[in-house]
Design a protein around this ligand. Structure first.
Ligand code: UTP
Length: 300
């Protein structure tokens, strides 16, 4: 195995406008919408921490305060809970601040995911790093990020996560042209296209919100003009890297993900996520599931 620089930092872009979830996202970042009783972004930070990434940089935007507050201590609230002797809630309130060392950088204008990643350049430096989208959840039972870090360790370059989607949905995603490697769940990415029309999509393998990126991505992003939607697209930068040799920041590999993933920035997927997470909760499921069955019967 080649000896590549280890991945220790995570970047979580959370500065998008969240227009698909208006009006809720007018004053609240979509990453702060609760999935049962925790904001989506807490699950994302938990995932980074459980992959060993304890240095997490959030790229935030205009409505950043609630994210920072959530991952900070809340002494007044803690004092009240302490006085009541409510240890359980006290530990829930303290948990977010103890998951990782959080850093923040602000993306002045939401100029696209690629631009958000570029805002992490100074903090990340010349090391590979993980990038986890703050509204995209991967089920904790499906250790995708660990696998991606392993793949980076073996092949160098950058690694993206690919998920097979129904043909009619390809135009919602970046889509990859892939080639087999000797490994079942790893492919070489030959080309990428952001949100192609259905008839032009090169495959049904869509990019989902987990990346392990070579630091060369920063230099490429600096040269990447605005693409689809007038935004600087991470997909366009990865496309450039996919065509490069190892000494210039390439190649790009894909891990084929066949697990559970939830796009909480989409209203319908958000509803599914809340129901699924509630159904998995031992403290809620015994009451929630019988109610849900009855409700479904009632509405036919
Ligand atoms: P999305 O593609 O979901 O875009 O961003 P969006 O603008 O946030 O949401 P919609 O489509 O208008 O509803 C994917 C990820 O990239 C971040 C988002 O916060 C999200 O985690 N992002 C996007 C930024 O940080 N900055 C940007 O300029 C754009």
């Amino acid at each position: 195995m080649a000896d590549f620089d280890p991945v220790t930092k995570a970047v979580v872009p959370a500065a998008g406008l969240g227009t698909r979830f208006l009006p809720a996202t007018k004053a609240t970042p979509k990453e702060m919408l609760p999935i049962v009783d925790k904001p989506a972004i807490q699950y994302v930070v938990e995932e980074a921490a459980s992959a060993g990434l304890l240095d997490v940089l959030m790229v935030t935007g205009k409505n950043k305060r609630s994210i920072e507050d959530h991952f900070d201590r809340a002494y007044e609230l803690e004092d009240v809970l302490e006085a009541k002797g409510d240890e359980h809630r006290l530990s829930q309130v303290r948990e977010p601040a103890s998951l990782a060392t959080l850093h923040y950088v602000r993306q002045g204008e939401p100029k696209g995911l690629g631009h958000a990643v570029l805002c992490a350049k100074q903090h990340v430096g010349d090391h590979p790093f993980a990038c986890l989208l703050g509204d995209d959840l991967i089920d904790r039972r499906d250790p995708l990020l660990q696998r991606m870090i392993e793949v980076r360790g073996a092949y160098g370059g950058s690694v993206i996560a690919l998920m097979e989607v129904p043909r009619e949905q390809v135009s919602l995603y970046g889509v990859a042209t892939i080639e087999a490697t000797g490994e079942d769940d790893v492919v070489k990415v030959v080309d990428l296209v952001e949100k192609p029309p259905v008839e032009e999509a090169p495959s049904n393998w869509a990019i989902i919100g987990r990346y392990v990126l070579d630091p060369e991505v920063f230099a490429v992003l600096e040269e990447t003009p605005p693409g689809r939607g007038g935004e600087i697209q991470l997909t366009d930068a990865l496309r450039t890297l996919a065509g490069r040799d190892a000494d210039k920041g390439g190649p790009v590999h894909g891990v084929l993900f066949r697990g559970r993933r939830y796009d909480t920035g989409d209203k319908l997927d958000y509803l599914r996520t809340v129901v699924k997470f509630a159904a998995d909760r031992p403290d809620l499921a015994p009451d929630f599931l019988p109610w849900l069955r009855e409700f479904l019967d009632e509405i036919g």
